[in-house]
Ligand binder design. Structure first.
Ligand code: NI
Length: 165
């Protein structure tokens, strides 16, 4: 197990588009453990994407269960995730381990239908809404080299953080 280094803005590697996972083997599982440990040991976070630690594969972890009273599916490992349907739009505040000094307001789909592979390559699907759907959309952006900074509602919707905690 290892805690991995998190790339931070404006590191150009965060703009790289990640490739799909094709092999679901022990090396993938070892990486998933490291990614989980990196999320769990860092500042409290509801998600992390593989490219944030320099592995440019379409893998995200999402777990909004640390926030009270939010409907959620627990800890999700989503590999090659795809949004197959979406509805509504809602603006909300986002932060990111790769942008530790800022938060910002971003418009996201309010609810999504999601398909992905699990750690063993099985197809999994979810209907989700609200904060969990937002977290998934945020993490999936990392797979396409995008940050919440690329989606701000307006320039006035960027806020400096005093301290990441
Ligand atoms: Ni992020």
């Amino acid at each position: 197990m290892a805690q991995l280094e998190i790339l931070t803005f404006p590191d150009d590697r965060l703009k790289q588009v990640s490739t799909e996972v094709e092999i679901f083997d022990d090396s993938l599982h070892a990486f998933l453990k490291d990614l989980e440990e990196t999320m769990d040991e860092g500042p409290p976070s509801v998600g992390i994407a593989a490219p944030q630690v320099g592995r440019f594969e379409r893998i995200v972890l999402v777990d909004v269960s640390i926030k009270p009273k939010i409907p959620n599916h627990g800890r999700l490992i989503l590999i090659n995730p795809k949004i197959v349907a979406e509805q509504g739009q809602v603006v909300g505040r986002e932060g990111c381990l790769s942008v530790p000094d800022f938060t910002g307001n971003v418009a996201r789909a309010e609810s999504i239908e999601l398909e992905a592979k699990d750690a063993h390559g099985n197809t999994i699907s979810f209907s989700m809404e609200g904060y969990e759907a937002r977290a998934v959309q945020h993490e999936m952006d990392h797979l396409d080299g995008l940050l919440f900074l690329d989606h701000l509602v307006s320039r006035r919707d960027l806020f400096r953080r005093k301290k990441y905690k």
